[in-house]
Design a protein around this ligand. Structure first.
Ligand SMILES: Cc1cc2nc3c(=O)[nH]c(=O)nc-3n(C[C@H](O)[C@H](O)[C@H](O)COP(=O)(O)OP(=O)(O)OC[C@H]3O[C@@H](n4cnc5c(N)ncnc54)[C@H](O)[C@@H]3O)c2cc1C
Length: 439
């Protein structure tokens, strides 16, 4: 019997093969379409548990899809697609129950009438499941911390098809592991998260020309390090890619406060001679989120990311040198510190809590660039990355045990592996950033 017919018998009406819309939806992710043998799209927790048991009994690899913005296309096995788990319910005291298959834009829209928001990312289309299990660096990260810091409870279907309600009291170690350890422990169906008031936000964009990128970097650093938790910002330095897209530094910024306060905080940047455009004003939280590009741009990306504990002059000078490589290079600094840094390093698997920013650098080589081309520009990028502590899993597109070992410090990884051994000793869930059980 084929895998498709076997799974169809075990999860009738919810198992889909080639030629169906559900199969095409489930196999397609941001990075392109995959070729799994089947897609199961459960609509209840019982069906989801049956899907897991069926895949385990058939010894078929499982890929889990929530919003499809993190996973690589599945090359075999079964995709379990959580698209139907997309309910959003606003409860008392700002506690919100969010289905793993919802998108963060839907969450923002559902919370807006209540004057609430959950800091979650910068993109409307990104899914709840992958982002929430991996960390969640969003707008308001300095004000409220990561998405995982706002998590109060998770419903999880384990490798044996058991349904667990996981919180700090019921399963403390698993609750810890799920707040940054990714999809290694089971399939999350829903999360209870603490939302926060998001009324009275002002924000917008500043654009600078390329005449003095160093001054922009240093001035942004001075403001960020000294600013109140209410200020959130991302500094992006873009190369000249297309005539219609301006090159140079651009700042996206938001503050819960007044426009006058925002302009006062930003004054040193607004006073730089390289400012070319200023657009600031009241903005709703949902308007801060933007649509994702239709797919990964057709470049060979060479670079990486890392949590930067010290935005020193030396680090910023290395950033400038990285921008000076022969090929077009983009750089992003997302302000951290604030509430993000007040969470203890061992409170969640996201351990680099002393970070003042998340640093991302990528050189965009032609898609057919060779390994030698990539190696030639690596030293300048690696010099800047060398100032960081370790990468953020959800932004890391390199995989393997050696990469996992840079995402988590040794004691964190050891603890994650112990939890993995308890909840998934057979290693059924093997996401891209895989955490192996202890042997
Ligand atoms: C355009 C774009 C913008 C982004 N912006 C941000 C940002 O601002 N901040 C940020 O923090 N991240 C951001 N990310 C990264 C994002 O957090 C990850 O890519 C995340 O994995 C996406 O979640 P998803 O549900 O859409 O992904 P999916 O592809 O559905 O899932 C990714 C992986 O997560 C695991 N997984 C997903 N759902 C579940 C579940 N319910 N149970 C168990 N495991 C599960 C699986 O291993 C799966 O392979 C961005 C990504 C993109 C492509």
């Amino acid at each position: 019997m084929s895998i498709l017919s076997d799974l169809s018998e075990r999860v009738p009406g919810r198992t889909f093969g080639p030629g169906s819309t559900e199969y095409d939806d489930g196999r397609t992710v941001f990075y392109g379409p995959g070729e799994p043998e089947a897609v199961i799209r459960p609509s209840t927790v019982d069906e989801l548990a049956a899907a897991v048991r069926a895949a385990v009994d058939a010894n078929v690899p499982i890929s889990v899809r929530s919003g499809g913005h993190g996973s690589l296309p599945a090359t075999d096995g079964v995709v379990i697609d959580l698209a139907e788990f997309n309910a959003i319910e606003v409860g008392d005291d700002g506690l919100v129950t969010v289905g793993a298959g919802a998108h963060w834009g839907d969450v923002a829209a559902a919370l807006a009438p209540h004057g609430l928001g959950i800091t979650s990312g910068d993109t409307l289309d990104v899914g709840v499941g992958g982002l929430a299990l991996g960390g969640g660096i969003g707008w308001l990260v300095r004000t409220h911390g990561l998405t995982v810091d706002l998590m109060r409870e998770i419903e999880l279907v384990t490798a044996t098809g058991e349904v667990l309600t996981v919180n700090a009291e019921s399963h403390p170690d698993l609750f810890w592991a799920l707040r940054g350890g990714g999809g290694n422990f089971g399939i999350a169906t829903r999360f209870i998260l603490q939302a926060a008031p998001v009324d009275g936000i002002v924000g917008g964009h500043l654009q600078f020309d390329q005449s003095d990128v160093g001054a922009v970097l240093r001035t942004w650093r001075d403001i960020t390090v000294a600013s109140p938790d209410e200020l959130n910002s991302t500094l992006l330095v873009m190369p000249q890619l297309m005539a219609e897209m301006p090159a140079g530094p651009q700042l996206a910024v938001a503050l819960r406060g007044t426009e006058e306060e925002l302009r006062r905080v930003l004054d040193p940047l607004l006073s730089l001679p390289s400012v070319t455009e200023v657009k600031l004003g009241p903005v709703a939280y949902g308007e801060l989120l933007e649509a994702a590009p239709p797919g990964r741009p057709p470049f060979r990306f060479v670079g990486g990311n890392g949590f930067a504990p010290d935005l020193s002059d030396e680090f910023l000078a290395a950033c400038e040198r990285a921008l000076g490589t022969a090929a077009p290079t983009m750089l992003m600094l997302r302000a951290l510190g604030g509430a993000f840094s007040r969470v203890a390093a061992d409170a969640t698997p996201i351990a680099f809590r002393d970070a003042q920013a998340l640093f991302v650098v990528n050189t965009l080589l032609p898609a057919d660039a060779t390994d030698a081309d990539a190696a030639a520009i690596r030293p300048a990028l690696d010099e800047a990355l060398g100032f960081t502590s370790g990468p953020y899993a959800n932004f890391t597109q390199e995989f393997g045990d050696d990469v996992t070992a840079t995402i988590y410090p040794p004691s964190t990884l050891e603890r994650l592996r112990r939890v993995k051994s308890e909840v998934d000793p057979g290693d059924v869930f093997r996401p891209a950033h895989h955490i192996a059980p202890t042997r």
